[in-house]
Design a protein around this ligand. Structure first.
Ligand code: ATP
Length: 330
């Protein structure tokens, strides 16, 4: 039973093992093994390329970061955390079909490279923008895939903390691949918590002095915006905001700038569209709850199992979720 195995291993042990598995690749690969074909996307300090891995003849996404930029932007801890968490999620219990997989990582004098599974259809965000809204089945399909992925991520004692349509990628079979673990947190990791409490003080000072929140507040739970102790429940708040957006075509908390979005989040100021079905409204209302302990998905409210038991997900066969009819999107 995977849960039994987890109980007996510390997170440090799990990460060390994942790192060892990864290091087999680390020593072998270098940039000359890849033919860089085109840019798939750009982050604030990285560029992601579609690449042909010549020795294996496979196609991968390669995230390239220059060491100078990482140093200048003070992103080393962020990048290392992303690599460790991706490695851990790739190797724990053989990984999960709805979570991005890290194939290998390597570096040269100037750059760091993460070789990851390619998501052929890009971001859920772009798909949604193209279609404006999703129909009921498509929303149900993606909402339940997100729940299945969160169940796995949380079992690995990780909180994503930045779940949003931009970080949910779509693979070649139209299933999701959750990505961007740079803001994720390993629950119970004292070193990270100490570091973050310093980061939190800086961020609080920034909010107070400039009146602006750094990041995107649209899917961030109130405790992510206002305190340092966000845990698993934060990902369920994001789920509520994403389900709302898939059906309505816009996020529940909207305002001209991040600061005002943040105020709306803190005051739970949003309107529920009349055309949402009663069961959908009930799900969203139970997820968008200010008090994390009273939010559906919190340990106090029965954890991920309680989310899976919500009537909205009645028709999901959780064991075979990766083999369902995919929505008709093309
Ligand atoms: P930031 O660092 O600013 O938060 P980010 O985390 O989205 O941005 P990257 O992880 O570098 O930055 O990703 C940049 C873009 O590349 C993404 O928005 C996505 O569109 C694309 N991308 C990332 N990974 C993949 C992948 N595995 N397959 C296809 N496209 C990808």
């Amino acid at each position: 039973d995977p849960d039994e195995i987890l109980k007996n291993r510390t997170h440090r042990e799990i990460v060390t093992e994942a790192r060892q598995k990864l290091s087999r690749h680390v020593n072998n690969n270098n940039a000359n093994d890849y033919y860089f074909m085109k840019i798939l996307g750009e982050g604030s300090f990285s560029t992601v390329f579609l690449c042909h891995e010549i020795p294996s003849n496979g196609m991968y996404a390669v995230k390239v970061m220059t060491k100078d930029t990482i140093r200048r932007e003070k992103k080393l801890a962020h990048v290392m955390r992303e690599k460790d968490i991706m490695a851990s999620l790739t190797h724990n219990f053989g990984g999960h079909p709805f979570i991005i997989k890290l194939r290998c990582a390597f570096q040269d004098d100037r750059r760091l490279y993460f070789v990851i599974k390619v998501a052929r259809y890009g971001e859920l965000y772009d798909l949604l923008r193209e279609l404006n809204t999703f129909d009921d089945y498509t929303t149900f399909f993606y909402a339940s895939e997100i729940v299945a992925a969160l169940n796995f991520i949380h079992r690995c004692r990780i909180v994503h903390r930045d779940l949003k349509p931009e970080n949910i990628l779509i693979n070649d079979n139209w299933h999701i691949l959750i990505s961007d673990f740079g803001s994720a947190k390993i629950v119970g990791n004292k070193e990270q918590e100490a570091l973050e409490s310093e980061e939190y003080e800086t961020r609080k000072a920034q909010i107070q002095s400039r009146g602006s929140f750094v990041g995107t507040a649209q899917y961030a739970a109130p405790e992510v915006l206002s305190s340092k102790c966000a845990s698993y429940e934060a990902d369920f708040w994001a789920l509520g905001a994403i389900v709302y957006q898939m059906l309505a075509g816009c996020a529940p908390f909207r305002a001209p700038n991040e600061y005002h979005i943040m105020r709306r989040v803190m005051n739970l100021e949003y309107e529920m569209p009349e055309n949402f079905s009663p069961v959908t409204k009930d799900l969203i209302q139970k997820l968008l709850v200010i008090d994390p302990m009273k939010r559906l998905g919190s340990l106090e409210m029965g954890g991920t199992l309680a989310v899976r038991d919500h009537p909205y997900f009645n028709d999901v066969d959780w064991e075979n979720i990766a083999y369902r009819r995919t929505p008709d999107l093309m």
